[in-house]
Design a protein around this ligand. Structure first.
Ligand SMILES: [Zn+2]
Length: 468
């Protein structure tokens, strides 16, 4: 039996248990869209809350913003997205499949060399290498043309180009354009940073792998402003913080993570050093987070395009300077996918015998702080006085924790359901609770060990477990 995690197993569990549903499902869906269900939204919110607390609220040098998704189109001229945020698009003449020309060539000439090619070179190489269409196998493509990945929409009632606006392809620019507003209202001194959580949109030619590459996604981004001379130690400090966030704060498996540095060909023209945090997905290593040193490029570009001087007045030297910028960026959507993959385990509870197959439980080992449900309150049977007592405890815990009351089905089935939801504790109310000792049985998700504790101590018990 293969017990390792696969994308199919995660997709199926997400649908079965209410983490993630296919988007617009009753209408036959909409390609590459996913809706987070009751447990998925809790997981995602916990990840965002944890990030905000760690990187904004607990630090003295950080503040937050929440900028609009629709921005003045000039922003995207300044940032370079209008001119160069493109992929080389090719169409199969036979089946009309749309593909990225550079992706077709990666297996032939290597990722590092593909990024240097012009559109003309890509077209020629796809023809000379006789690369087949991944869908129908024909070797007959159109010439590569440049395809801008930004979504467009129209603001106002007239659909003319004057009212055309883009859906932001990254949250970063909403931070840069507010640099002056934020610095002046908070009176922050360098080095300091601005963080933001929000949705962004990219019209990817080839999205896929469940929620790994979606056209609509959410980011948690930081722009950290520094004096040029001080960038390197601060940059390394941020890498350390990202490491800690992965291993300690979110509790992901350390051996599933690696750092990969971008080489000169991959670097954006303004970036001096970029690293990716990669995760070992079932389909291979893939980008999870990244950190770039963007120099003073962005603030200078916005100064040039807007006419507004985005400078900083050094209170010690009275000198005006344009801060340099370090950008740690985290995908919310990908972090949630990693949380699901990383937590998944199939565990053999009892081996197969001649008469019955092995008993295997699926358990999601989320760190309690990000688990969607912190505890399930289960009366042993669906009758009084057990149900009443259980509801009483539920009402009490609900004020502090996300908990669920569950009375239907056998206790074993209810345990298994909460194992798949990753609920750290199942709290059972039985006849002894009511008649004898005022104690409950707490079952631990990971060890399946049960212990009996006083009803009055349950809240403190959970508090301790969730905080560590
Ligand atoms: Zn084809």
């Amino acid at each position: 039996m293969n017990t390792s995690v696969t994308m199919d197993k995660i997709v199926s569990l997400c649908k079965r248990r209410g983490f993630v549903f296919p988007g617009s499902e009753i209408y036959g869906g909409l390609a590459n869209t996913w809706d987070y269900g009751p447990y998925g939204v809790e997981l995602i919110n916990n990840i965002k809350k944890t990030w905000w607390k760690t990187f904004i609220q607990e630090r003295e040098d950080m503040v937050g913003v929440d900028a609009a998704i629709l921005m003045n189109p000039r922003v995207w001229e300044a940032s370079g997205h209008v001119g160069s945020f493109t992929d080389p698009l090719m169409d199969c003449k036979k089946c009309h499949e749309r593909v990225r020309g550079d992706k077709l060539l990666e297996s032939k000439i290597g990722v590092e060399d593909v990024v240097k090619l012009s559109l003309k070179q890509i077209s020629e190489l796809v023809h000379t290498h006789k690369i087949p269409c991944p869908k129908c196998g024909a070797c007959d493509f159109t010439e590569a043309r440049s395809f801008n990945l930004m979504f467009r929409t129209y603001q106002g009632v007239v659909e003319d180009s004057a009212a055309m606006v883009y859906m932001r392809p990254e949250t970063a620019q909403g931070i840069f354009v507010n640099f002056k507003n934020v610095q002046q209202t908070t009176r922050k001194k360098l080095p300091f940073g601005i963080g933001q959580i929000g949705k962004a949109f990219r019209n990817e030619i080839t999205p896929g792998n469940f929620t790994f590459r979606t056209r609509e996604f959410e980011q948690m981004e930081i722009e950290y402003f520094v004096k040029e001379a001080e960038w390197k130690p601060l940059y390394d400090g941020w890498r350390e913080s990202m490491n800690n966030f992965f291993v300690q704060t979110l509790g992901f498996k350390k051996d599933k993570m690696r750092w990969r540095q971008h080489d000169d060909n991959e670097l954006s023209h303004y970036s001096k050093e970029t690293w990716d945090v990669e995760y070992e997905f079932p389909f291979g290593w893939g980008e999870l987070w990244g950190i770039a040193y963007r120099t003073d490029y962005d603030l200078k570009q916005h100064t040039k395009f807007s006419g507004e001087k985005l400078e900083y007045l050094d209170p010690e030297t009275n000198e005006k300077l344009v801060p340099h910028c370090i950008e740690p960026t985290f995908g919310v959507t990908r972090t949630a996918l990693v949380a699901l993959l990383d937590a998944y385990e199939e565990e053999e509870v009892s081996p197969a015998t001649d008469v019955k197959p092995a008993d295997v439980r699926i358990v999601m080992h989320f760190k309690p702080s990000i688990a969607p449900i912190k505890a399930a309150i289960l009366p042993l049977m669906k009758k009084e006085p057990l149900a009443g007592k259980a509801r009483e405890l539920f009402a009490q815990l609900k004020k502090n924790f996300m908990v669920e009351y569950d009375e239907s089905g056998s206790i074993g089935k209810r345990y298994r359901r909460h194992d798949e939801l990753g609920t750290p504790f199942c709290i059972t109310i039985d006849f002894d609770t009511v008649e004898k000792d005022d104690c409950v049985t707490i079952r631990d998700r990971d060890t399946m060990k049960q212990e009996r504790i006083k009803l009055s101590e349950v809240k403190e018990y959970m508090q301790r477990a969730i905080e560590t």
